[in-house]
Design a protein around this ligand. Sequence first.
Ligand code: SF4
Length: 327
Amino acid sequence: MSRLLEVSHLSKFYTNKKGLFKGTQETVKAVNDISFFVEEQETLGIVGESGCGKSTTGRAVLRLHEPTAGEVRFRGTDILSLSQEELRPYRQKMQIVFQNANSALDPRWTVERSLKEPILLHEPGIAKGELDDRIDQLMESVGFSPMYKKKYPHEFSGGQRQRIGIAKAISVNPEFVVCDEPVSALDVSVQAQVLNLMKRLKAERKLSYLFISHDLSVIRFISDRVGVMYAGRIVELAETKEFFSNPLHPYSRVLMAAVPRPVVAEDKESLYQGIGTIAEVSKVGCPFCTRCPQATERCRQEMPAEREVSPGHRVMCHLYEAGAIRS
Ligand code: SF4
């Protein structure tokens, strides 16, 4: 398999005004110098707590939020260096499924009109008959009879709306889809249907996914590899099987301990203290040091480098430096 997407040293910073009369500026490093790749027909899962930067990563990769620094190469082309006009063909190849399908569907439009809109944008010369056939095929591919295309979004349930949101994302035949918490607003039984649909569409259409979720069970089901984000950084990245059998970063173990089943044989009480707000993050040392049960003075003073501890398994933690590997 070859690399479809290569992200290098990507950052996205925001400036907030705060204090009395908003006279003080504060820089929020939502995504801070992260690198990863997605191979053709691969699903890379990104997991982490709310506010860790995973959704910002998805949007920065698509340039829905302009990154502050870094490179995003799609089939070798750095799309961050392209003008909006030059970017247009890449927008067709790189789509997004939102957490809430209402973000993708205009409530005043029929499903048919919502599905036609992106096709007409990218293929303005398409013949009417071909367009109509394409809409019918899209409806069938996400499990609806074509006659449902005349309905409006409010006439569908949440899970059905999400299936239509997925149909809209694949309507322009993308190669890469950012899936931003696509099942987190759905009931568990409906989640399984939508996840199975996404797996099937991935196989049928040879798609690659960047799949963002706070739910490790979902990530485990859908992903080929897993990246764990904390405070804007990817702190661990590994193949799914390797990650779930051998989580190394203390934060990954915190996440595992929060899943309601025994995953790692650690003292959950001591690990669990990590779950909560990420507002308090060290500015100089390891970002996790304020919550890490294994933090040392060095962790508070020095940012750990990222290391590959086994083929394809990267971790950012002082515990796993060369010659000091502990699992
Ligand atoms: Fe914990 Fe230190 Fe590793 Fe950070 S570098 S995760 S504080 S042990």
